[in-house]
Write a protein that binds this ligand. Structure first.
Ligand SMILES: NC(=O)C1=CN([C@@H]2O[C@H](COP(=O)(O)OP(=O)(O)OC[C@H]3O[C@@H](n4cnc5c(N)ncnc54)[C@H](O)[C@@H]3O)[C@@H](O)[C@H]2O)C=CC1
Ligand SMILES: N[C@@H](CC=O)C(=O)O
Ligand code: NA
Length: 451
């Protein structure tokens, strides 16, 4: 007798064996949710998910009441051999890479949040999944809990994506937010982000932009059906962002945000390429990204037919990230029960990655100059000579107590340009720095949002 649609399918097959590698911020929450929601997850999958072991680096550490210590092992490689589904949450390149390759080769599907590994070795992992006839899922790797990669890979598979732009690193957003809104010092803000489980094991990956660059490489690869490696991404972190930059942004009605921008480019001859970059930028306070606070992430996807879509939510933290991991786990487990597989790697477009110099952007340039007649004209002349046009100029005298340039005094000159290539803007700044009347280039930051 055929089953009616409204009747539950029931849990009909034997348990799927799940191995968890890593029991840190995210792993602990995944283990807890797997246990707490075991019955519901079994109903959703159509088979129980049996957590057969948790690989840890050290035994004997207090991991709280949610972790069954009988499941702990330091032998991750042996655990992988026994699993149908492997969740990799140790982070870093090795041994994560080898463990994932072994899992895929042995016929286990893999769920991971490891963007650093995917951005370095994605093609190798995809090929291993293909060869093993299994799945590689990584929704947690970009923008934590936010469903972003699945919509790009599946829901937008019939559209053409033009641009992906957003805030994809929770730690740097948290740090910039605390520097701006709470006046917190950089180091204190980073320490808070670490304590809250947002930062990578080494927070340098966050503040120097490596984490965002890995995520941008993954986003660009998926959005443009092209392999984009972490090294293809132009990367600047937030370590050089000063309280002065934050204040300067506020004076022009903007805020400083760490952005990831992946764009489809079209050259003069009509050939397409992609540009991928992560760097701090000033955006208008009225822009929706400006109101993204704390460790939240927000990503705009612009597609030809769909128009502009915005994805918003918790981009970091153990519990939100565990949600994305479990979503992938249920999906991979369902496919296993149903004998199907999700999409593999799609790289047919093979678009070239264009250099940063070709990217069109705007600059906010803050200069200390001699306060005397003709200075503004000299600065404007140099900018015009580079084919750059000025949107606004603001000049302010530096108070005598601060000034040490004698009776002429000094002034602060802030120029915001119109759009130009990054190469032209960079050359403009170098030329300005070489002028006698420029005492110091105090700050240079790109401006994104409306021109
Ligand atoms: N924390 C977050 O908000 C997010 C993290 N991720 C990613 O998830 C992964 C895990 O992140 P977290 O849980 O935050 O890191 P974590 O540093 O808190 O946890 C990693 C755990 O793995 C353990 N470990 C390291 N090497 C091991 C090995 N060889 N065998 C067994 N255990 C080992 C460490 O001792 C640590 O307990 C990383 O790839 C990270 O990039 C992704 C999205 C958000
Ligand atoms: N360290 C990352 C964690 C999530 O990917 C971040 O801060 O965004
Ligand atoms: Na996500």
């Amino acid at each position: 007798m055929s089953r009616r649609n409204h009747e539950p399918r029931g849990v009909t097959v034997e348990a799927l064996k799940v191995a968890l590698l890593g029991c840190g911020s995210v792993g602990t929450q995944v283990a807890r949710l797997l246990t707490v929601h075991a019955e519901e997850l079994a109903q959703r999958v159509g088979a129980p998910l049996e957590l057969i072991g948790i690989a840890v680096r050290t035994l004997g550490v207090d991991r709280g009441p949610d972790i069954d210590t009988r499941l702990l092992t330091t032998d991750a490689a042996e655990l992988v051999k026994r699993a149908d589904l492997v969740i990799e949450l140790v982070g870093g390149i090795e041994p994560a890479r080898t463990l994932i390759l072994d899992a895929l080769a042995s016929g286990a599907s893999v769920v991971t949040g490891n963007k650093a590994l995917l951005a370095e070795h994605g093609p190798e992992l995809y090929e291993a999944a293909e060869a093993g006839g299994v799945e590689l899922c990584y929704e947690a790797a970009v923008a934590g809990a936010i469903p972003l990669l699945r919509p790009i890979r599946e829901s937008l598979a019939g559209d053409r994506i033009r641009r992906v732009l957003g805030i994809v690193n929770g730690t740097t957003n948290y740090v910039l937010d605390k520097m701006d809104a709470a006046g917190l010092d950089f180091a204190d803000a980073v320490a808070q982000a670490q304590a809250l489980g947002y930062a990578e094991a080494d927070p340098t990956a966050d503040v120097e932009g490596y984490d965002a660059a890995s995520k941008a490489a993954i986003l660009a690869s998926l959005a443009f059906h092209t392999r984009v490696h972490a090294d293809d991404v132009h990367r600047e972190g937030i370590t050089s962002v000063t309280a002065g930059d934050v204040a300067s942004a506020r004076q022009i009605g903007a805020v400083v945000k760490m952005l990831a921008i992946c764009e489809r480019t079209v050259a003069a001859d009509g050939s397409e390429g992609v540009s991928v970059r992560v760097h701090p930028a000033m955006i208008p306070a009225s822009h929706p990204l400006a109101s993204v606070r704390e460790a939240f992430n927000a990503v705009f996807v612009e597609a030809e037919a769909a128009g502009e879509l915005m994805f918003y939510g918790r981009g970091a933290g153990g519990l939100p990230t565990a949600s994305a991991v479990l979503g992938d786990l249920v999906s991979a487990a369902r496919n296993r029960v149903g004998g199907s597989r999700g999409p593999g790697e799609s790289t047919y477009a093979h678009l070239p990655v264009r250099p940063m110099g070709e990217v069109v952007t705007r600059y906010h340039i803050s200069l200390d100059v001699a306060d005397r007649p003709g200075v503004l004209a000299q600065v404007a002349k140099v900018i015009a000579e580079h084919g750059v046009s000025i949107e606004t100029v603001r000049q302010q005298q530096i108070p005598a107590a601060v000034s040490d340039a004698g009776e002429q005094g000094r002034a602060s000159l802030v120029v915001v340009t119109h759009s130009a290539t990054d190469a032209a803007l960079g050359a403009t700044v170098s030329a300005l720095a070489g002028l006698d009347i420029v005492t110091a280039v105090v700050g240079v930051m790109r401006v994104e949002g409306e021109d």
